[in-house]
Design a binder for this molecule. Structure first.
Ligand SMILES: Nc1ncnc2c1ncn2[C@@H]1O[C@H](COP(=O)(O)OP(=O)(O)OP(=O)(O)O)[C@@H](O)[C@H]1O
Ligand SMILES: [Mg+2]
Length: 371
């Protein structure tokens, strides 16, 4: 899919901006704090109705304005598609596809697919587990909006359950209430865990072959899903449910002591292995970067496989962090099949042949100049 046109009103530091794209590669160039990332963020928001860098939708509205409007005109395999998204400072979100209001955001999410690669993704291997869980949520959510619904429900249950644990609940009626929360927690946990495992199984196939290609066949990459509650994937769901419930009852005293839920998808993690060795512990910096790159390239293929079209690639300040060889891997692999938006403070740091055909937009204080 291609984004043909983007129009923003009162979005971050943009009062009003509109631009059309021509080619596959589009570069936003400008000094710091001018609004380059804001543009990539806006494209991301059109895909997921959420920012990749804040949970507060209100931050997206230009200071002093009461709402922000985003419009993207897409060229998809089956024809053109216009996406409209509005956020108000009353917390309302309005979503339209081709002018038709979508009552549920889940029917809007996924019309546009994106893969974002930002500097923080380079720390996906070494960074905190939360970064890896966010990765799972963003990727699975795009191709399976019901997953995001499960995650939201799960988070609500988790908050309630943690509140009970904090109050050191006692008495029969509270015990019964806790049992209800436990059942809900486990039911949603299993849904989420199954979807995460399934995603990793698919991603593994792509990531392994891409990584082998980048390393000239020298390295075999393995991604492992590490749920907080280890289980045998082949058992029936009803058995898994019972096992998880038992685990929670065993953990009860510990959870009360620590006033928090100790098992569930909010504690999941991923591990990466190169030739059998844990990359987090033993990987060189280069191997960690290559792992992150293989993952991103695998995501692109994963989305293509799931939705039948390539997503749009958003590269925020990340190319200059990669050496020429890895830059080439990132951009040349997909040629013109994947439309790419790149931000950088200077084109000198990009050493790509493909830049010859790129459209360059200069970003200055919330305004765009095409050169
Ligand atoms: N809601 C908002 N209203 C107005 N301005 C905002 C809002 N949110 C952020 N900004 C401004 O947007 C600018 C940051 O834009 P952005 O993050 O896109 O910069 P950038 O060009 O990517 O910079 P860098 O090269 O440092 O990454 C800041 O000056 C910030 O003050
Ligand atoms: Mg930026």
């Amino acid at each position: 899919m291609y984004l043909k046109k983007l129009a923003l009103r009162d979005y971050r530091n943009y009062e009003s901006v509109e631009f059309a794209t021509e080619g596959a590669v589009n570069i936003f160039v400008g000094p710091n704090a001018q609004g380059k990332t804001n543009l990539l963020e806006a494209i991301f928001v059109l895909a997921l109705t959420k920012s990749h860098r804040t949970h507060q939708d209100k931050e997206l509205i230009r200071w002093g304005a009461d709402r922000t409007l985003l419009r993207g005109e897409l060229d998809k395999k089956y024809g053109p598609c216009t996406l409209d998204l509005t956020f108000t400072n009353q917390g309302k979100k309005l979503a339209r596809i081709n002018g038709l209001e979508q009552k549920k955001l889940s029917s809007f999410i996924g019309a546009l697919n994106v893969v974002m690669f930002a500097p923080e993704d380079l720390s996906i291997v070494k960074g905190a587990p939360g970064i890896r869980r966010r990765f799972l949520d963003m990727e699975i959510g795009q191709v399976q909006p019901s997953y995001l619904y499960d995650v939201t429900q799960y988070q609500k249950v988790l908050v309630q359950r943690n509140n009970m644990l904090k109050q050191s609940f006692k008495g029969a009626s509270n015990e019964a209430l806790m049992e209800v929360w436990n059942e809900q927690l486990v039911r949603l946990s299993i849904k989420i865990m199954k979807k995460r495992q399934n995603f990793i199984n698919k991603l593994q196939i792509w990531a392994e072959s891409i990584h082998r290609g980048i390393t000239n066949g020298l390295e075999t990459l393995v991604i492992e899903y590490k749920p907080s509650f280890t289980y045998d994937d082949s058992v029936e769901e009803s058995v898994l449910f019972e096992q998880f419930m038992i685990k929670l009852s065993q953990a009860k005293d510990q959870e009360l002591r620590r006033s928090t839920t100790l098992y569930g998808p909010h504690r999941d993690d991923l591990a990466f292995f190169i030739n059998g060795k844990d990359v987090q512990t033993f990987g060189s910096q280069g191997q960690q970067r290559t792992t992150a790159l293989s993952l991103k390239l695998a995501e692109i293929e994963f989305i293509q496989e799931e939705v039948g079209e390539y997503p749009i690639l958003l590269l925020d300040d990340v190319l200059s962090e990669l050496d020429t060889y890895r830059q080439t891997q990132l951009l040349e692999t997909f040629q013109t099949k994947v439309q790419t938006f790149i931000t950088t403070t200077g084109v000198e740091s990009l050493q790509m042949n493909r830049l010859e055909n790129a459209s360059i937009f200069h970003v200055r204080n919330g305004q765009l100049v095409l050169s």
